[in-house]
Design a protein around this ligand. Structure first.
Ligand SMILES: [Zn+2]
Length: 266
């Protein structure tokens, strides 16, 4: 899934246009695939600019519950020793997204639609999968090219970090995850939920509900589907992935704590 805010401020839009013009004139190297110019330390160094930018464009609420569940899943990744933050965006539409530097946002509308803890865990794990596979900085590398990223990371233009953060959110550079990136995030997500002790069937259940909701309330899941080419085939792939894992009786499907947490958003 991806960040999407309905009304970027005029300032954000202006900055975004400026950055595009500057980058266009610098000339961009056409990187593709998994090519990534951003080191992990650099990526985690961007998180403050990104968090501030999201907070300036959306109603963000911190949640210790979401952080507890999210960090338990993130600890299963190769980047589990880095800081991950999970926050709620007050928005009734169903969506969630990952940004570079271990940032995951979930709309309140998605929490309301998740029937069980394992469904929420599945969504979080998918976003964590994007993060641990570093899809965000791969897209940045592709969008900005070598010259711009190198200039930014060498600190030639200290203000550019904020500008890039604005552009990532304002104009939707992060909206172009490829189909293979989505599948990779699913596959990793299944493994991470299982490792964290949540039932990986939750991801399948949630995606199934999304397909149903598209028939009943299409506008509510429009954002979700615009970034997720979600199909029966994709769900079957996840199911197959989950069925290959050894049986484990102790997997959590739901808890009273989750239902209490969710009731705040219904
Ligand atoms: Zn995704």
């Amino acid at each position: 899934m991806k960040p999407r805010f309905n009304r970027p401020s005029p300032f954000t839009a202006a900055v975004a246009v400026l950055v595009l013009v500057l980058l266009g004139s610098a000339g961009t190297a056409g990187a593709c695939g998994a090519f990534n110019l951003v080191s992990l330390d650099q990526e985690w160094g961007m998180r403050n600019d990104l968090r501030n930018q999201v907070a300036s464009q959306a109603r963000v609420v911190d949640s210790s519950y979401l952080n507890t569940v999210g960090r338990r899943i993130a600890s299963q990744t190769p980047l589990g020793n880095r800081r991950w933050d999970f926050a709620i965006v007050q928005d009734k539409s169903v969506n969630a997204f990952n940004l570079p530097g271990g940032l995951v946002y979930v709309n309140s509308g998605l929490i309301a639609e998740a029937d069980s803890l394992s469904e929420l865990a599945g969504v979080l794990a998918h976003e964590i999968g994007h993060g641990s596979a570093r899809h965000g900085t791969q897209l940045m590398t592709r969008a900005y090219g070598y010259n711009a990223i190198a200039g930014l990371l060498l600190g030639r233009n200290p203000g550019q970090g904020k500008q890039i953060a604005a552009q990532l959110l304002g104009t939707g550079i992060m909206t172009n995850y490829s189909r293979s990136a989505e599948l990779e995030a699913d596959r990793l997500g299944v493994r991470y939920t299982y490792g964290a002790g949540y039932d990986p069937a939750g991801m399948v259940g949630f995606y199934g509900e999304m397909l149903d909701m598209r028939k009943r309330q299409p506008s509510k899941v429009e954002q979700f589907f615009s970034s997720h080419p979600l199909t029966e085939t994709r769900i079957q792939t996840i199911q197959a992935e989950a069925s290959r894992l050894p049986r484990r009786s102790s997997l959590t499907n739901d808890t009273n704590n989750f239902q209490r947490f969710r009731s705040q958003f219904r």
